[in-house]
Design a protein around this ligand. Structure first.
Ligand SMILES: Cc1cc2nc3c(=O)[nH]c(=O)nc-3n(C[C@H](O)[C@H](O)[C@H](O)COP(=O)(O)OP(=O)(O)OC[C@H]3O[C@@H](n4cnc5c(N)ncnc54)[C@H](O)[C@@H]3O)c2cc1C
Length: 518
């Protein structure tokens, strides 16, 4: 028989299986010798009080054999007559391809960037030589922005689709099974490239195609229907079902759609800075004075407030992480953050951003779909100039920023291309800087110790989500005016992270499969 048990245990016993077995036996009034296996179904940490606890949902096997499920991906033989073309090999594109294979449809992916291995060399060039390859960087290449991301897999979009399947596929391709049970699943940047490569190998083995260094450069539309796509400015490819999953940084795609009169719209997004603290400090704040405790994960935080009518919040917080240079073009700087699976770097970083609506920037914003994108570009360019026209970022200590004082010196941070001491009030628009200052002061009171001059701000954090939307029909998921075009994932405005992009990719394929079947 299999019993369910919900128990709460003191945090220090989380790795003590004998303690957990005794607690479960007491809870279910069983003899310990009768318990053949305990499977964790859900695990969450409750550190709100000093008495830190783990909540565990368990399946307890009594005189029953446990069989571990290791395989979750079951492709069908592909029917060569049924094909879906996918632009972009990020989470949206890859999960679309995997789902197509499960439905017996052949996916053909075209990706502007390189495979994960070759891509790594281009990342090294950003770090060491300040050279940004516009087709191969932290956002572009196999696995998209997801490959060298932090790999946090939480999502608020469970209603949008099958998030459980997405997690199971990550496990199938090499992620730790813990992601299926942890309240805040995380893979880590060191593990993601191998998983992405395994996904690609399976897509090809199951009958799909993946083409790197193949950039979508034009579209042929006839009578409001997609007919063909152009790759690398030279080859035309007939295509009447296209999933466009090019991510939030493919600015040339937004321009192409605009030129071809395919409707796009300005979309709200968020912009600010990436802050870095010592991880020990964040642990002490969140764990009531504790740090470096092997039974507790490096602590995180989530902060949100309203300042003068606009939302200000922490974004993509990375405990034990690294601040990463995420520009996709030469004359810009952009930051983001990641962490390895063990989250064992001495720093914690997080985006600190202000939510911007198109109407904050322009009254008649409906007339200009690029209003948010242009604002994003201007800030990234201003920071690049202020940083010395390299990939060094303008940076400032936290209290110096609030006081409008250039920092006399800057501590070492995890950001490898280097820092330049700048008063960020001179590069961030006042609408952003002033609200961040007020929010920091408020959060300093809420989390004593958080507001410190040992924390460093890196500017800007600007690629939080897409500043442009490619509108689609809610029912068919096709573009509102162009048949056969399926705007998908974060770049289209329908996802805000790895999981929601993955689920959106699967959803688009299901709609196309229905259409093919009809
Ligand atoms: C450093 C970093 C850390 C992050 N951490 C997290 C995290 O912890 N959790 C989380 O949920 N999200 C995180 N994200 C965000 C996450 O990676 C994205 O939300 C997600 O990858 C979006 O998926 P997507 O498939 O929609 O787009 P993308 O991943 O952006 O993929 C789009 C792909 O399209 C390709 N492409 C673009 N233009 C063309 C073209 N013209 N022709 C062909 N191909 C093209 C690009 O090269 C790219 O590979 C992070 C991002 C970064 C950069």
């Amino acid at each position: 028989m299999i019993f369910e048990a919900d128990i709460r245990i003191p945090y220090r016993f989380i790795h003590d299986s004998a303690y957990i077995k005794t607690a479960v036996a007491d809870f279910l009034e069983l003899k310990e010798s009768e318990i053949t296996h305990i499977e964790v179904k859900k695990r969450s940490l409750d550190a709100r009080k000093r008495d830190i606890k783990y909540n565990l949902k368990l399946a307890v096997y009594k005189d029953e054999k446990y069989v571990e499920q290791k395989h979750f991906f079951f492709p069908k033989p592909v029917d060569p007559e049924k094909k879906i073309v996918i632009i972009g090999c990020g989470p949206a594109g890859m999960f679309a391809a995997l789902r197509a294979l499960e439905l017996g449809i052949k996916p053909v992916i075209f990706e502007r960037g390189k495979d994960v291995r070759s891509r790594r060399r281009d990342l090294a060039k950003i770090h060491k030589e300040h050279i940004v390859n516009p087709d191969s960087n932290y956002c572009f290449g196999e696995g998209g922005a997801g490959t060298y991301s932090d790999g946090k897999l939480y999502t608020r979009s469970k209603k949008r689709g099958n998030t459980q399947k997405a997690l199971e596929w990550f496990v199938h391709f090499g992620a730790d099974k813990d992601i299926l049970v942890n309240a805040h699943p995380h893979i880590g940047t060191n593990r993601l490239p191998g998983i992405i490569q395994a996904m690609r190998e399976s897509i090809i083995a199951a009958g799909g195609e993946v083409h790197f260094e193949s950039k979508l450069t034009d579209l042929r539309i006839e009578n409001n229907r997609l007919k063909a796509i152009e790759l690398n400015n030279q080859t035309w490819y007939e295509c009447d079902q296209l999933i466009l999953a090019t991510g939030h940084s493919a600015r040339d795609i937004f321009e192409l759609l605009f030129e071809r009169k395919i409707r796009i719209e300005a979309k709200p997004f968020a912009l600010g800075v990436r802050i870095e603290h010592a991880q020990n400090l964040i642990d002490e704040i969140q764990y009531h004075g504790l740090h470096n405790d092997e039974n507790l994960p490096p602590a995180s935080y989530s902060l949100v407030t309203q300042v003068d009518g606009m939302g200000v919040y922490s974004f993509c917080m990375c405990p034990g992480g690294i601040v990463a240079p995420c520009a996709t073009d030469a004359e810009e700087v952009v930051t983001n953050g990641w962490s390895p699976s063990k989250r064992n770097n001495p720093y914690s970083n997080s985006g600190m951003v202000v939510q911007i609506e198109p109407q904050h920037l322009m009254k008649d914003y409906q007339k200009n779909p690029f209003v948010c994108l242009d604002f994003q570009k201007e800030v990234e360019y201003a920071c690049w100039v202020a940083g010395g026209r390299t990939q060094a970022v303008p940076a400032q200590r936290m209290i110096d920023f609030i006081q409008g004082k250039v920092s006399n010196d800057l501590p070492e941070t995890s950001y490898q291309p280097g820092l330049k001491s700048v008063d960020l009030n001179t590069v961030l628009p006042p609408m952003i800087a002033n609200r961040l200052k007020k929010a920091f002061t408020e959060w300093g009171k809420k989390m004593p110790g958080f507001l410190t001059n040992d924390a460093v701000l890196h500017a800007p954090e600007s690629r939080t989500s897409s500043p442009v939307k490619i509108p689609r029909n809610d029912e068919t998921l096709e573009h509102v005016e162009t048949g056969g075009l399926y705007p998908c994932g974060e770049g289209a405005g329908y996802a805000g992270g790895i999981m929601s992009a993955a689920v959106d990719g699967m959803n688009c394929v299901e709609k196309i499969a229905d259409k093919i079947a009809r």
